[in-house]
Design a protein around this ligand. Sequence first.
Ligand code: ADP
Ligand code: MG
Length: 250
Amino acid sequence: MEDESILSVKDLCKAFGGVQANSYVNYEMISGELSAIIGPNGAGKSTFFNLLTGYHLVDSGKVYFKGRDITNWAPHRITRLGISRAFQVSNIYPRLTTYENVRQAILAQQRRTLNLFVPANQLARQDTFELLEVAGLSQHADMLAGNLSQGDKKRLELAIALGSRPELLFLDEPTAGMSGEETHDTMELVARLNQEMGLTILFTEHDMSVVFGYARRLTVLHLGSVIAEGTPEDVRTNDEVQRVYLGEEA
Ligand code: ADP
Ligand code: MG
C-alpha cells in the first residue's frame, strides 16, 4: 500500500549522564522510503538507532512500527516484527566463515520446526547463498569473516541484517572506511534493496556526496535534536545546517 506509515517516533529522549543524546526527537517514515539522518559526530544518530531497535531503553517518548507501540521491546522481538539494523562498528563473528555468519543470522530468526529429513548443516543453505549473492560476497563464502576487507565486512554486516527478512532496515554508516569504489557499489546495493525489494531504509552517513546522491529525504540531528528536515536541496541551503557543519570544520 502506498503512503502507509511504517515508523512513527514521538518525542524520543535519551540521556547518558549529563549528555542529552536524543532530545524530543520526532520522526516519521512512509513505507518504501530511502532516507538519511545526518549530523556531526556525537549528534545522536547511533543512539537514535539504538533506541529504535531496543539496544538502549528510552527515557521517554514512543516508537511505533506500523501503528504498533514497540517502545523498549527487546531487540530480538523487534527483529522478529520486521525491523533490522547494521551496526556502525561491525558485529560479525570473525572466526566463522562469511557463509556461516549469514547462515546463523537466518537461522536465528526462523521459528524452526525441526525437520528430521534435513541435516542440520544443510538448513538455510539456499537462503544463505542467495543473500551472499545479493551482497556480492559469493566468492568469499568460505573465507573467515575476520579476514575480509573492510568493505566486505560492511557488506557482510548488511547481509546479516537482511537475514531476518526485514521490511524496515537501519544502516549506521554503511560505507564507513570504504574506498570510493566500494562506497559506490554498496550504495548501489542499498538503492536496489529499496527499489527492487521494496525495503524501507534509513541510513546515517558522513560523506555528503553519498547522502545527497541517494537519500530522497534528509533529517539533520545536532546535539540530540532535529534542526532541519526536507529534501537534500532544502537541507543544503538551510542556514542553521550550514552553521553546524561550518562550525565543525573550523
Ligand atoms: P553519533 O552516532 O551521531 O556520532 P552517538 O549517538 O553515538 O552520536 O552519541 C551521542 C552522544 O551520546 C555523544 O555525546 C556520545 O558520547 C553519547 N553516548 C552515546 N552512547 C553512549 C553510551 N553508551 N554511554 C555514554 N554516552 C553515550
Ligand atoms: Mg554514530
